[in-house]
Design a binder for this molecule. Structure first.
Ligand code: SF4
Ligand code: SF4
Length: 388
C-alpha cells in the first residue's frame, strides 16, 4: 500500500494481529467471559460463543519456541505443532495462559499426539473428527461430537447452553462472514485494493471476536476500501502478477513467504488457508430444527488435507480462481506436514491442467535460513508469467 494511505484498521496494531487479538480476549475475560483455547478451524465457534465464552487460537507461528519444543518432540515434526507446544513448555503463550479449557480435534497425527502431552495442564476436550467427509455416517458422527462438546462446556463452566443461543450465533457468524467476504472482494479488484497484511489482520481477529464487536470495524473497513476505489488507491499495479496462496496455515515467521512474493513484485490476492479466507467460507444453514447438525454440516465442508478425499479443496480453488483471477498459484507446505505435502501433487495437476496456471510448491518452516532460496524460486516463477 502506498505511503500515507490510511490503514484499514487504525488502532496502532497494524500488522500485529496477535497483539490486537490478545487485547480483545483480555477485555472479554474482564467482562466475565470464559476463554476457550482452540487449535483448529473445525472447532465450532458458535457453540463456544453460545456458552458465553470466547475462542483463543493456540496455533503458533514463531521460530523462537521450537528449540525448547525439540527437547521433547522430534525435530522432524511440523513447525506449527512444535511452536505451539514450545510456547506451552516455556510457559510463554499468553493465549494458553488465559484459556480455561482447550478444545482439540483428531486432525493430523502430530497434533493429536501433542495434545496428549498437554492434556493434564488445562481441562481438555478432544473431538473425534470424521476424516471421510463424504460418507453418510460422517455428518451424524460429527453432530454427536458437537453435542458432546456442548456437554463438556456446560460441565466445565457450570452453565446450560440454550439451543436458541446456538441458533443466534449461527446467524451472527453468517452476518460476519458476509461482511468479511465483502472485504475479500476488494482483493478481486484489478488492481487489488487491499493488502494481504490487512486481510490477515482481519481474519485473525475475526476468529476471536463476536460479530457484534466486529461490526463497526468491518463497516468502517468497507467504507475505507470504497473510498480507496473512488480515489484510485491500489495495492500493487495493474501489471503486478496476482498470486493465490493455498496450503498450510501461515502466520508469524512463516509470513516470510508472503513478504518474498510481494518483494518480487507480485501481489497476493487470495489467502486460501485456515489463517486466511477459509474459515469464512460458506454459510451455516439457519432456522433448522437441529442447530448442532447445521453446524456439523458446515464444519465438515472445510477442506483440510486431513480429509480423504479432500475434493472440496479443488471445488473451493475453482471458486477462488474465478473470483480473484490469480496469475499463479503458490502452495505453502510446512516441513513434515505429510497430508498437505502429498496433496500438493494433486493441487498442481489440477491447477496446471484445468486452469492452465503456473504452480509453485514452497516447503518451509519458521526459520529464516531458506529466505534467499525461496526468493530465487519465486522470482524464477514470476519471470515465466506473460507480461501484462
Ligand atoms: S489446516 Fe486442517 S488441521 Fe490445520 S487448522 Fe486448518 S482445518 Fe485444522
Ligand atoms: S500444518 Fe499439517 S502437520 Fe502441521 S498442524 Fe497443520 S495439518 Fe498438522
Amino acid at each position: 500500500m502506498e505511503a500515507g494511505v490510511e490503514p484499514l484498521v487504525n488502532d496502532g496494531f497494524a500488522g500485529e494481529a496477535t497483539k490486537r487479538t490478545l487485547g480483545y480476549l483480555q477485555e472479554q475475560r474482564e467482562k466475565g467471559k470464559n476463554i476457550v483455547g482452540i487449535y483448529c478451524c473445525y472447532a465450532p465457534l458458535e457453540l463456544i460463543r453460545a456458552a458465553n465464552a470466547a475462542p483463543a487460537v493456540l496455533c503458533a507461528f514463531a521460530n523462537k519456541t521450537i528449540e525448547a519444543a525439540e527437547t521433547v518432540l522430534p525435530a522432524n515434526l511440523c513447525p506449527l505443532i512444535k511452536s505451539s507446544y514450545g510456547f506451552i513448555k516455556t510457559d510463554t503463550c499468553p493465549f494458553f495462559s488465559i484459556s480455561e479449557a482447550v478444545i482439540a480435534e483428531t486432525t493430523c497425527d502430530g497434533k493429536k499426539k501433542m495434545f496428549e502431552l498437554i492434556s493434564d495442564i488445562k481441562p481438555m476436550h478432544v473431538m473425534d473428527l470424521p476424516q471421510l467427509p463424504d460418507q453418510k455416517e460422517a455428518l451424524d458422527n460429527w453432530t454427536v461430537m458437537i453435542k458432546k462438546l456442548k456437554g463438556f462446556l456446560e460441565t466445565t463452566f457450570g452453565r446450560k447452553i440454550d439451543d436458541k443461543d446456538v441458533e443466534q450465533e449461527i446467524k451472527a457468524t453468517n452476518k460476519k462472514n458476509l461482511l468479511m467476504n465483502k472485504i475479500f472482494d476488494f482483493a478481486a479488484h484489478k488492481p487489488s485494493v487491499v493488502s494481504w497484511i490487512e486481510l490477515y489482520d482481519l481474519t485473525y481477529l475475526g476468529q476471536a471476536s463476536t460479530t457484534q464487536d466486529m461490526l463497526p470495524l468491518l463497516n468502517s473497513c468497507i467504507a475505507k476500501l470504497e473510498k480507496r476505489v473512488a480515489d484510485g488507491i491500489y495495492h500493487g499495479h495493474a501489471t503486478s502478477p496476482r498470486v493465490l496462496v493455498t496450503g498450510c496455515p501461515v502466520g508469524g515467521d512463516a509470513t516470510k513467504v508472503f513478504k518474498i512474493i510481494e518483494e518480487a513484485g507480485a501481489v497476493i490476492v487470495a489467502l486460501d488457508s485456515c489463517t486466511g479466507m477459509k474459515p469464512y467460507n460458506n454459510a451455516i444453514t439457519e432456522g433448522t430444527s437441529d442447530p448442532y447438525a447445521a453446524l456439523s454440516r458446515r464444519y465438515l465442508e472445510l477442506p483440510c488435507s486431513c480429509m480423504t478425499p479432500n475434493s472440496r479443496r479443488l471445488l473451493e480453488l475453482d471458486k477462488l480462481i474465478a473470483r480473484f483471477h490469480p496469475d499463479v498459484i503458490v502452495d505453502v507446505v510446512l516441513h513434515a506436514c505429510h497430508s498437505y505435502n502429498v496433496e500438493s501433487h494433486k493441487i498442481k495437476e489440477y491447477v496446471t491442467s484445468k486452469h492452465k496456471l503456473p504452480f509453485l510448491k514452497i516447503e518451509t518452516d519458521y526459520s529464516q535460513g531458506d529466505v534467499e532460496q525461496i526468493r530465487t524460486r519465486v522470482e524464477a516463477l514470476l519471470e515465466i508469467i506473460p507480461k501484462k
